[in-house]
Design a binder for this molecule. Structure first.
Ligand code: 13P
Length: 311
């Protein structure tokens, strides 16, 4: 069965210095579109549900639905909870069959983050589920405060105390459209990443807030009625460099969502006399397929990694 936890995916990614894309999905059609691209590209992938998207799918059992739409899929993939807000929601995802969860207790004190994460890890590991946690705060560069960057010594202490399986680090990425201030040259703190890597060799790290929001995407988004004036994303080359250090999972929400809405807007604008939903949904799905395809082949370097049918 190709549905796996993240440890299985990270093993190869770490060894071969590539990253696995994790995409913020909202619907089953999005999941299927991603899986189709990954099957074609022989790339592993992570289907990532936020608390909000999980509520949107409610009351369905997400794992059962995904198993149903992935019967012909032979690449390994995971179902992951993004930014789990509480021990309870992580446990309920684990009970539902998610193969990975993130517990995000980074807004609490270090001790409280440890306590909460530890409890999730203990429960998750009993069910063969992997746990991602966060130390530092991902919007560091936007907030302009050094405290928000991940402290490499604290990262080591945190992993020892919690036994979590991967760590989201703060090195200058940020969620949403503006990852940097207007007058700032976008860059990442590779010095921090290198230090963490030195202290934690063979430990998978995660980058949140990694959309690039290219001028082309912004332009296409606005062409048929979008009104986003500015965006400042992460340079693609920086992400490829991070993947070569030991970043094994890269989260993409904004690029993916904007691609979908771009396809949808365009189809709505060009087909004003039509009303069959798939006329509008298919171009949206085609856009996210292009988004995933491009990132795998040109940024994350995860294409053609799965040589055989996954067992
Ligand atoms: P972006 O907003 O950069 O796509 O980040 C998404 C993310 O990190 C979800 O956890």
């Amino acid at each position: 069965m190709p549905l796996v936890n993240l440890n299985e995916l990270y093993l190869d990614a770490y060894k071969n210095k590539y990253a696995i894309g994790a995409y913020n999905v909202d619907t089953l059609h999005m999941c299927r579109a991603i899986l189709e691209v990954c099957e074609k590209n022989r790339s592993p992938v992570i289907l990532m549900f936020s608390e909000g998207s999980r509520e949107f799918m409610h009351p369905c059992n997400i794992k059962e639905l995904i198993l149903n739409i992935s019967k012909d899929i032979t690449i390994p993939f995971a179902i992951h909870l993004d930014h789990g807000r509480s021990i309870e929601s992580c446990k309920s995802c684990i009970d539902e069959g998610f193969t990975s969860v993130m517990i995000d207790a980074s807004k609490y004190s270090f001790e409280e983050n440890v306590r909460i994460t530890k409890e999730v890890v203990e429960y998750a590991h009993k069910h063969n589920v992997t746990v991602e946690a966060e130390v530092g705060c991902v919007e560091a560069s936007l907030k302009g405060e050094d405290d928000f960057y991940t402290d490499p010594d604290l990262a080591v202490k945190f992993i020892k105390e919690t036994n979590c399986d991967s760590l989201a680090v703060s090195i200058g990425t940020g969620h949403g459209l503006m990852k940097f201030k207007n007058d700032e040259t976008p860059s990442l703190r590779f010095d921090i990443l290198e230090k963490i890597n030195e202290k934690l060799p063979n430990f998978p790290l995660v980058l949140h807030g990694s959309s690039s929001i290219s001028p082309q995407l912004l332009n296409d988004f606005n062409k048929y009625g979008g009104t986003i004036k500015e965006a400042k994303g992460i340079d693609e080359a920086l992400l490829t460099k991070a993947a070569s250090i030991n970043v094994c999972k890269i989260n993409i929400g904004t690029d993916f969502r904007m691609s979908y809405i771009t396809g949808l807007r365009e189809a709505l604008a060009l087909n004003s006399n039509k009303f069959t939903p798939r006329t509008f949904l298919q171009p949206a799905l085609d856009r996210i397929k292009q988004c995933v395809d491009y990132k795998q082949k040109h940024i994350f370097m995860s294409a053609n990694r799965i040589k055989e049918e996954y067992k």
